[in-house]
Design a protein around this ligand. Sequence first.
Ligand SMILES: Nc1nc2c(ncn2[C@@H]2O[C@H](COP(=O)(O)OP(=O)(O)OP(=O)(O)O)[C@@H](O)[C@H]2O)c(=O)[nH]1
Ligand SMILES: [Mg+2]
Length: 378
Amino acid sequence: MDSPMCLVKNADGELCVEPEAIDYLMGLKQKVVVVSVVGLYRTGKSYLMNKLAQKRSGFALGATIQSKTKGIWMWCVPHPEQTDHTLVLLDTEGLGDVEKGDSKNDAWIFSLAILLSSTLVYNSRGTIDNDAVEKLQYVNDLTEMIKVKSSTVDEEEGEGTQFAQFFPNFVWTVRDFTLKLEIDGREITPDDYLENSLQLKTGTSKKINDYNFPRECIRNFFPSRKCFVFPSPTTPDNMHRLDSMDEAELSERFREVADTFCRFIFQESCMKTVIGGHTLTGEMLGHLVNTYVETIAKGNVPCLENAVLAMAKIENQAAVNEGLVVYQKGMEDVKVLFPVDVNQLSENHLRSETQATKAFMKRSFKDKDGEFLKALAV
Ligand SMILES: Nc1nc2c(ncn2[C@@H]2O[C@H](COP(=O)(O)OP(=O)(O)OP(=O)(O)O)[C@@H](O)[C@H]2O)c(=O)[nH]1
Ligand SMILES: [Mg+2]
């Protein structure tokens, strides 16, 4: 893919898939590692994603104060470190744009990024202070935006406690960070800094509860957390021409952090999996995008379990068709040998059947009761 394409369109607050991008995914048979970036508008998200694509341009940047990226954009590139894998980069619309003023729509974009990715990058500017944590308000509502199971039987257990198993790894990138990483005169790592900012306060007053709640959500939903602090990429005088600046012109420290960040993402981001631990191909990811966006557009809450069942149905039907093709091919081969005796015919039938089952098993997915395998046999 030479350049990014729009995957989910956001037209007047309505989300819908872009068929061309879905077609592209449907043709992608490789396993995928999906990295998405979310965060407030105008914080350098698209710029950072271009770094992950190892390209100077690609995701469109905006030089004005107006938000640039709309909906969710996708760029599929060969994985730099794992051959036979595709790195799917998802750049999302900036959250909290005052001009848009639609926080529900923001929350859906945030939820979709979580549902689709194996690593979620949360990007913000300045410091991880209380304000920055509160701006990640979308985590507070996630239990209303995402369901794990379709049944409500084990609701008492709390949907949130199950999120951790299925949610992506969480990486917080802080941009234009100017402070010293020190606590009480002791040098700390960016990860310590993040953990320190997510510490809970003791007490039960409303003020303390309000302080703790988003922190508890982040800690509970995202047990795997990492932080990178980026200094400004260049001097204030040069900032307006950042997009056209050569890598060598950027501040050395910025380049170092950007390199470490990219290396971490390439080495640590895992393949996208779904409930049951199945790894996804691009094609399966395409089904997943379709199901989730359709569910949201209908005003329903996306459900991890239902989405996987819907995907399994489509994949298993395709596996049956694949098996049939293999069987028919095997039987065609014997046709040219006609006339043949019954034994040879039966031997060929058995061989073709075994090969067909093998082809089916290779592709089939969560065919728990053997329903589709039976369909193949018929
Ligand atoms: N100060 C500063 N500016 C940056 C940084 N990275 C990118 N920019 C500039 O900030 C502007 C916005 O960058 P984008 O990457 O388009 O930001 P975004 O978060 O994708 O914006 P939206 O799509 O509107 O949400 C561009 O002019 C970038 O060149 C950074 O680390 N610090
Ligand atoms: Mg952008």
